[in-house]
Design a protein around this ligand. Structure first.
Ligand code: ADP
Ligand code: MG
Length: 706
């Protein structure tokens, strides 16, 4: 092929001089075409310096440097390491000293090097058993009469060299060479979707400039501004997509308006068995007001475990039923669906309405019958699991859909729920409830198409779970305490971190259970629960625990979701330092849901200050939001916004909360643009729109936006 015909989709294999081995290695890294090369961002940059004298490098190693350094020397010896390890050790020297080059798993090196040969090697020097070595250096042979005396250098003018994600077979420098060879021609092909005016006002470089500077920077500032441009771009696209969706929902979709007449209010209040807290009242008013409108509600309800979200859901559903329409409540597991059904049935005792439960375990004929009754409108309130989302379930007039424990659901499920409406332009009002406290700043920006309500108050008389931390040495006493309490009618959870629930990971869990069952807890009825059990098996364990057939559950974090067992009073979390704060808080919320106060013991031998601070935070505060903010600061939002949970596509270059400021900026801009050109149909937005739909059209369900 000739160089003129290079396009962004030109395959690396078709580039002039492409070697089959390199191409194959690139493919294995996910790099197939020219665009992939541009998008392969350097993970960091190193300063390339001329080589340095070996004693200079040895001193740097003593200082535990993280810099890569380059040395030259003559090979003194090459030896295969002892034992089975495929290790090759070469010693090189110059006038100032000697250094070891260690090659792991590269036995062929032994044949390529021989004493007397001169080499140049690059890597990070470190001290090992009082010798200085460079492990797995990059190296090349140099001329036998090349000079070994290092040139003087002050280092400041050293070149910035991009370091790429690479593989053993394909080091970063080879990737860099391939990218460098196409960079100018490739960036020349880039058409910017942001206008010059916009770029200037935001101080952003063109796309072409940004990629050029990322891959071939001269100054650190160029890297910063290039990254800023690409991060902003990514966030702007996301925000535009979300806003477009919001606009579409508000203008094209209609929901049933459910007026709050005094009669309706009275019917709802009659079903609430206690005085709602102020927070519940506020939230119910917000939701109640949304439901009176024909714009579909799309609201996220956040409230800590035990804050009383259920009656808020009930009130919303009753507002639909009072107008002769239908409502659905979806829970993440059968057990939770059943629990909701039991609770709501109590609240709705003797109410003139029909409520049914639809889960995967319903028999075929019963299911067929129920589906028919849902479709003809004779079921008023349906409680269920995702089984409700299958396509045969259609409602006659679904006005309110509530999803509980949203972190198990995603955007896609919300779209599926919307499809339960009779035609394309109708949507139920949607309420998504979650006990995962999402810091407000984040939820407002990320879930830009959701309004947010927060219950920030617990019902009266609730004693917060008393939390303490103890060292491993005290564990025995804690187990004995559990045995005593069990004799007293209480029940307990013991949670163990099992990072890898493959068979081998579970061996730890099993041996721990074995130890407990034959030791301190031998008088208790005990069962294990972990992620390898299917939902039916897990539900079975929980059922037996709730009914009192079991006293203690030893589990991995699978018990996190909102199961209510009033007799469960003790939560012991082993190796608590291995859990995130938000997760610990969720776990703790599983106990103390009845009359007796709950107790949570965190067992950990923490060696770091940070670890101690984290556990101390659990002892000090029972406020889920404060805990979430701290967790976010410590771990980043990955957990919360991993694509699995939120349904969001993962970011390529942006990261939160690091890029919060750019996100806010992108949001403001997106808001303004969508106000002026709601579906980005103006010609100057055409390219932006195409790229936006490509990136976000699918998961946001923007297909119907056209
Ligand atoms: P969650 O927000 O975790 O779903 P629930 O709705 O299950 O919380 O409520 C927890 C418990 O508190 C339930 O037993 C519920 O009946 C009770 N409850 C909720 N609101 C109030 C209130 N205002 N006064 C007294 N008890 C309440
Ligand atoms: Mg709940």
């Amino acid at each position: 092929m000739t160089t003129d015909t290079l396009t962004l989709t030109t395959l690396i294999a078709d580039l002039p001089g492409a070697e089959p081995n390199t191409v194959a290695a690139m493919n294995r890294l996910g790099l197939r075409c020219v665009a992939d090369l541009l998008l392969h961002m350097p993970t960091r940059y190193r300063r390339s310096r001329p080589w340095q004298a070996i004693d200079h490098v040895s001193k740097a190693a003593d200082l535990d440097t993280t810099d890569e350094m380059e040395v030259r020397g003559e090979i003194v010896s090459v030896e295969r390491g002892f034992g089975r390890s495929a290790k090759v050790e070469a010693v090189i020297e110059d006038d100032s000293g000697e250094i070891d080059l260690i090659f792991f798993n590269q036995p062929w090196i032994q044949k390529k090097m021989h004493p007397g040969m001169k080499v140049q090697a690059t890597g990070r020097p470190r001290v090992y058993k009082s010798r200085v070595q460079i492990a797995n250096p990059q190296w090349r042979r140099i001329d036998d009469d090349a000079a070994l005396i290092a040139p003087a250098n002050d280092g400041d003018d050293a070149e910035l060299v991009p370091v790429y994600r690479a593989s053993d077979e394909l080091p970063s420098d080879r990737i860099a060479a391939v990218i460098a060879a196409v960079l100018d021609r490739a960036t020349a092909l880039l058409v910017d979707h942001l206008s010059e005016d916009f770029r200037t006002s935001h101080g952003l470089p063109t796309l072409a400039r940004a990629y050029e500077h990322l891959h071939r920077p001269e100054l650190e500032e160029q890297i910063d501004s290039a990254r800023r441009r690409l991060i902003f771009d990514e966030l702007l696209m996301l925000q535009l997509g979300v806003m477009m969706k919001r606009f579409h929902r508000r203008t094209h979709l209609h929901a049933s308006a459910l007026p709050l007449t005094s009669d309706v209010i009275e019917r709802i209040n009659a079903r609430i068995p206690f005085t709602p807290t102020n927070a519940q009242q506020r939230v119910m008013a917000e939701i109640g007001h949304d439901l009176t409108k024909s714009i579909p509600m799309n609201r996220l309800l956040q409230g800590d475990v035990g804050s009383g979200k259920t009656i808020v859901a009930l009130a919303a559903m009753l507002q639909a039923v009072a107008h002769g329409r239908q409502a659905v409540l979806i829970a993440p597991t059968e057990l939770l669906a059943e629990q909701h059904e039991r609770t709501l049935r109590q609240f709705l005792m003797n109410a003139p309405l029909r409520m049914e439960l639809l889960t995967g375990s319903l028999g075929t004929s019963a299911r067929r019958e129920l589906v028919k009754d849902i479709a003809d409108g004779s079921v008023d309130i349906l409680i269920g699991t995702h089984a409700v989302l299958t396509s045969d379930v259609m409602f006659q007039d679904l006005a309110v859909a509530v999803t509980d424990e949203q972190h198990r659901f995603g955007v896609r499920q919300r779209a599926a729920l919307r499809d339960k409406a009779a035609d394309d332009t109708r949507s139920p009002h949607q309420l998504v409830m979650t006990a995962t406290p999402i810091p407000r700043t984040l939820s407002l920006t990320i879930f830009g198409d959701l309004d947010v309500s927060v219950i920030d108050e617990l019902p009266p008389g609730r004693t917060p779970v008393a939390t303490s931390t103890v060292g491993r040495a005290a564990a025995e006493g804690i187990y004995e305490d559990i045995a005593t309490r069990v004799r007293d009618g209480e029940r307990a959870f013991i949670v163990v971190p099992v990072i890898d629930e493959s068979e081998s990971g579970l061996t730890d869990l099993r041996s721990h259970v074995e130890m407990l069952a034959t030791g301190p807890l031998r008088t208790c009825r005990l069962e294990v629960m972990h992620g390898r059990l299917d939902q039916v098996e897990r539900d079975d364990v929980m059922d037996r625990f709730r009914s009192g057939e079991l006293d203690v559950i030893v589990a991995t974090t699978v018990i996190e979701v909102g199961v209510d067992v009033p007799e469960a009073t003790v939560m012991v979390i082993e190796n608590a330092d291995r859990f995130g704060l938000a997760q610990l808080h969720q776990l703790r919320g599983r106990v103390g849901r009845g009359e007796r106060a709950g107790r949570c013991v965190l067992i950990a031998d923490t060696s770091t200050d940070e670890g101690r601070m984290r556990l101390a935070a659990m002892v000090d505060t029972t406020d889920g939001f404060r805990i979430a903010e701290r967790d976010l600061a410590i771990r980043g939002p990955g957990e919360l916004f991993g694509s699995k949970q939120s349904g969001l596509p993962p970011f390529r270059i942006a990261a939160l909360p690091r890029d919060m400021e750019l996100l806010a900026l992108a949001r403001r801009d997106a808001e303004e643009w969508i106000m002026r050109d709601p579906l980005l149909t103006q010609p100057e937005h055409a390219l932006l729109r195409t790229r936006l739909l490509k990136a976000h059209g699918k998961w946001l369900g923007l297909g119907d936006v056209g």
